[in-house]
Design a protein around this ligand. Structure first.
Ligand code: SAH
Length: 399
């Protein structure tokens, strides 16, 4: 029966197409923290590995080892986020049972961040906050055994779920089989980070914390724009998304996310609402893309924000007056000048280029300037936008 179920509504994942990263937002790959940058390079590596000799990408996104029967050790080794999950596994491993769903039949694999929501009141609250309309297409990432899938199906027109673990795929299909909402569910088996998202109005997710950054990144660059995403994150990550200037958690992720989206904290969820309980507390946030997106060159924006947040508690001047940075800005200036045409390059031929950049930095953020003594940790979005415009006006570019 299960194989029937799967063949009817289980779709093998198509790899995420690069077009997701195109449009006014390219390249967003640099927009996030180092954590996400490394996740993204993992993604790139994985995609490369998945290419056939002929250069085609296979449609099955599961690592090779998942196609054969795997031991627990195999799973750990091949899981996409095994390094982090190995840590999670050390203190996870609660094989407790709850009576709320069929999930009590399946041992959670903490290597895959499987922490099932066991408190129906939390599930109900998340579904309510998602404000699903009867005409909505919902995207659920990591449905697990379907604790949220079932009440979401009751509200929406249709739901597409992306789930990595084949056991969970079978479980969620089985759970919905025969219900009045059966026809609304489609499950894509694959890694949500590497899988092309279908069209959706609302995204709902309680996913492993290891994929938080790349998932937020993927949603921020997703087009067409969706109405909102209601997501469960590790508390600290959720707080970073909405951190304000001057707060300890204010970071590059905060600035980049807030530039592209409005994020609201919806609720706190204690660790005991999950089976097994994760090590940390969680929070649910709502993400709504800014529409229209702000008129800024994001590559430049992130180039500057990255530099300034590398030394977020130093003055802007100290953050920029670094030999390597000056050299990089110099090279950028030359590239931009030559892209503007021969005259730009000629104009600069006789100028002491290094001195030029140093002088401009002094002028914009040095003594007596408006930004004298200011630090990235205290600047808001408008400040960063103004600062970028001031540098650009003087021919200084961060990408
Ligand atoms: N949403 C369910 C399950 C949460 S556990 C609930 O709240 O009860 C997280 C789920 O995400 C698991 O089912 C896990 O297998 C799945 N998952 C882990 N990594 C994933 C990935 N990269 N892509 C898609 N699903 C993933």
């Amino acid at each position: 029966m299960l194989s029937n179920l799967c063949s009817r509504r289980l779709i093998k994942a198509l790899p995420a197409s690069s077009t997701h990263l195109q449009g006014p937002f390219v390249p967003l790959t640099h927009l996030f923290s180092q954590e996400s940058a490394s996740s993204l390079s993992q993604i790139a590596n994985f995609a490369t590995k998945n290419k056939t000799a002929a250069g085609r990408t296979k449609t099955n996104n599961m690592p090779k080892s998942s196609k054969k029967k795997r031991s627990r050790a195999d799973v750990a080794a091949s899981a996409p986020y095994s390094a982090i999950s190995a840590i999670a596994n050390k203190n996870g491993g609660n094989r407790g049972r709850d009576s709320s769903s069929s999930s009590n039949l399946i041992a959670p694999n903490t290597n895959l961040g499987q922490h099932f929501l066991k408190n129906p009141a939390v599930v109900t609250a998340i579904v309510a906050k998602s404000a699903i309309k009867p005409t909505d297409v919902v995207l659920e990432i990591g449905p697990g055994t379907g604790n949220m899938t079932v009440p979401l199906l009751e509200q929406c027109k249709s739901l597409v779920a992306i789930e990595y673990d084949t056991r969970m795929v079978r479980e969620v299909l089985k759970r919905v089989e025969g219900s009045t909402h059966d026809h609304k569910l489609r499950v894509i088996q694959g890694d949500a980070i590497k899988t092309a998202f279908p069209f959706f109005d609302v995204c709902v997710a309680n996913v492993p914390y290891q994929i938080s950054s790349p998932l937020v990144f993927k949603l921020l660059s997703h087009r067409p724009m969706f109405r909102c995403a209601v997501m469960m994150f590790q508390e600290e990550f959720a707080l970073r998304l909405t951190a304000k200037p001057g707060e300890a958690l204010y970071c590059r992720l905060s600035v980049n996310t807030q530039l592209l989206a409005k994020v609201d904290q919806l609720m706190k969820v204690g660790r005991n609402n999950f089976r097994p309980p994760p090590k940390v507390e969680s929070r649910v946030v709502r993400i709504e893309l800014r529409n229209p997106p702000p008129p800024v060159d994001f590559t430049e924006w992130d180039g500057m924000v990255r530099l300034l947040f590398n030394r977020k508690n130093k003055t802007l001047r100290a953050g920029l007056m670094v030999k390597a940075t000056i050299k990089m800005l110099e090279e950028n200036r030359r590239t931009h000048a030559s892209l503007r045409g021969g005259d730009g390059a000629d104009d600069m031929k006789d100028v002491d280029m290094e001195r030029g950049i140093v002088e401009i930095i002094e002028e914009v953020v040095g003594k007596g300037s408006k930004w004298d003594g200011k630090r990235a940790s205290k600047l808001d979005l408008d400040d960063f936008l103004t600062l970028l415009a001031e540098f650009n006006k003087r021919g200084v570019h961060f990408a």
